[in-house]
Design a binder for this molecule. Structure first.
Ligand code: BG6
Ligand code: MG
Length: 220
């Protein structure tokens, strides 16, 4: 059996913790519209596209908006979000992420980003980790959102490897489902009870090394 050819990483919640910035921006928008927005609601937006997030939030607030108004609201939120991510620094890379990317590349395993975010490029640049990815597939390059596997399949294709030879790292239920739908092994980052569909769940990437990945890959 061939070894692992590539690892594909989600961005938000796996490489960096941007959920806090998404929360601040969505909360500001909800408050301007006259309703509240909680951290529990923010959790439900993990892995979900900007447009779908807005639809959910407007639903929670009991509001209906025209497509043009929705576009304006999503842009308003994104402008605040982009202002915040422009101040991100390398300190905000999550524990173990940089070390794992470096060790994979040293072992000849390819790396890709597979993110729903349309802001992935600027975030990777701000935290100084862009050179550690062979390929970046982000929200600008896909038409179907997770749990559809498109983002991960495009990553494998761009790397020139088969989906079955990839391992995906994900913190969102929709992302774990996307990886499984793509025929890939998946490591969940977070809680076992939430990410029970993943092949392995860890708290953070510090717990992962190539030996653990090889065992996971070779397991049935
Ligand atoms: C995902 C986040 O990575 O990107 C979601 O988990 C977010 O919360 C989505 O909505 C889209 O991000 P952006 O940067 O394009 O608004
Ligand atoms: Mg995520």
């Amino acid at each position: 059996m061939q070894g692992i050819a590539a690892c594909i990483f989600d961005l938000d919640g796996v490489i960096v913790d941007t959920a806090v910035y998404h929360f601040k921006a969505w909360k500001r928008l909800a408050n301007e519209l006259g309703f509240s927005f909680t951290e529990a609601q923010n959790e439900k937006l993990k892995g979900i596209s900007r447009v779908q997030s807005l639809e959910l939030i407007l639903g929670w607030g009991g509001m209906e908006k025209s497509p043009a108004e929705q576009h304006e609201l999503a842009t308003r939120k994104n402008d605040w979000y982009v202002d915040m991510v422009h101040h991100m620094t390398p300190d905000e890379i999550l524990p173990g992420a940089k070390e794992l990317l470096e060790s994979l590349r040293a072992a000849g395993i390819k790396t890709a980003l597979g993110s729903a975010s349309k802001n992935a490029g600027v975030i990777l640049e701000k935290v100084g980790i862009l050179p550690l990815f062979d390929v970046v597939i982000d929200g600008n390059m896909v038409s179907a959102s997770k749990p559809d596997p498109e983002v991960f399949l495009k990553g494998a294709e761009a790397l020139g490897v088969s989906p079955a030879s990839c391992i995906v790292f994900e913190d969102a239920i929709a992302g774990v489902q996307a990886a499984k739908a793509g025929g890939m092994k998946v490591v969940g980052i977070g809680e076992k009870k939430v990410l029970h569909e993943a092949d392995l769940v860890v708290e953070n990437l510090q717990e992962i090394d190539i030996r653990i990945l090889t065992n996971l890959y070779n397991a049935k």
